[in-house]
Write a protein that binds this ligand. Sequence first.
Ligand SMILES: Cc1cc2nc3c(=O)[nH]c(=O)nc-3n(C[C@H](O)[C@H](O)[C@H](O)COP(=O)(O)OP(=O)(O)OC[C@H]3O[C@@H](n4cnc5c(N)ncnc54)[C@H](O)[C@@H]3O)c2cc1C
Length: 457
Amino acid sequence: MSTPPRIAVVGAGPAGLTAAYALARTGARVEVHEAGPEVGGLSRTLDLWNQRVDLGPHRFHSQDARILALFREVVGEDWGLVRAHPGIFREAHVLDYPLRAADVVRKEGLLESARCVLSFARQQARPRAPVRTFEDWLVRHFGPRVYARFFRDYNEKFFGVPLGQLDAALAGPASKDASLVSTVLNALRTQWDNARAGAVKEVTQDFPYPVRGTGMVYERMARGVREHGGEVFLDSRVEALEVQGRRVTGLRTSRGALPYDYVVSSAPLAPLVSQLPELPGDVREHLRRARDVLTFRSNLLVYLEVQSSSLFPYSWLEMHTPAVRVGRVTNFRNWVPQLHGAEASSILCMEYWCSHEEPLWSAPDAELVALAKRELSATGLDGGAGVARGHVVRLPRCFPVYRPGYQDVLRPLREYLGGFERLGNIGRGGQFSYNSQDANWRMGLEAADQARAALGW
Ligand SMILES: Cc1cc2nc3c(=O)[nH]c(=O)nc-3n(C[C@H](O)[C@H](O)[C@H](O)COP(=O)(O)OP(=O)(O)OC[C@H]3O[C@@H](n4cnc5c(N)ncnc54)[C@H](O)[C@@H]3O)c2cc1C
């Protein structure tokens, strides 16, 4: 191709913007269509009460040289090291992470710690088989006692169903994003592995963090796209794909119909498939099943401004107590100082995971703020300081839930999309993948490579 190809990217989250940024740098004419009023997707940062806050804790980790190079290129020197200090809030105490054996034994008790280790050792000797569900996987890897004590209640709060009803595939990602408790047990396992291998590994969770919040990265990528002659259209929802034969030729958006040489989409998978014309009967059937099988958990974020600059030392706390409904509390005061600037207060983000059918999802904001204030006070995490104000953000369908058999619906839908030329399908929703930013960057870079190869650009 001698004239620059015209490429559309659907969605201005991490996946879409990485693809758009990588393509715009090559001279392609890139247009990003974002349904919402701002860039960053689930990784955006809000301006709130003169401070900056993310949508829950957003840490960045990668070992991939290409991803790290992109981070350096976009963020430059504008990052600080977050001395991550997560904690596990139990009913009677908070456990530190990374785990310190002395801390665990002192707080959980010698007897209980010994019982957990014994139960784990028994499971190692006679492993549970077969491993089909998430519960099987957890019991198999950590023993029934540890499972019941550390994993079950917290993860059921998160997923909203018994863990025996979830696919074992959740084990990897859930241990990264959803359950810090898993790190307790990973540490136990690491100690066990190390003891056997005679090795010592240092566990660290420190990570580089953009000084204006996670969303700063995506604001800069969007600026980069525009600087290279591309466009990032906000409030521009993609409603349908234009197709000739098996080739995608354009989009219908809330801005009108537009021709493109190639489309990279980071929109959720099932809606994307349903935007293709003339769907065969079996694909319509898979889409119908997807409504029941490819389900998501939603997240209600209640931000509270607490009138104190030193509430508790943790960056975030996972709430392992059934006494409160809140699942995780992030204290942005303990990230990088540029987030709070000269303000003397601390902004906490209280996360409530739920489905749309639960009354909590449609509760009025004032009720949610009142609930969060009550629960904060009940845990003592407010240190007796007053709450100045609250703010609610709703994240619909943000956590994919891997139900048993979900692959049987996912695979044929992916294969159907894969049969179309000039179409890339990426992202957390696009792949129905419980993943983090770095995985979406990788998908974005790979989609850009594939688009260039297909277009000979
Ligand atoms: C509470 C929480 C905590 C997290 N913690 C971490 C963490 O610590 N570390 C980490 O790396 N990751 C974390 N993540 C995950 C991370 O936020 C996601 O992996 C990442 O944002 C996904 O990027 P994406 O581009 O695939 O999707 P999204 O961020 O969802 O962006 C997709 C975009 O596409 C737009 N869109 C969808 N359909 C259309 C359409 N038809 N037309 C136009 N636009 C459309 C959406 O509006 C959205 O802006 C967390 C997520 C949550 C919710």
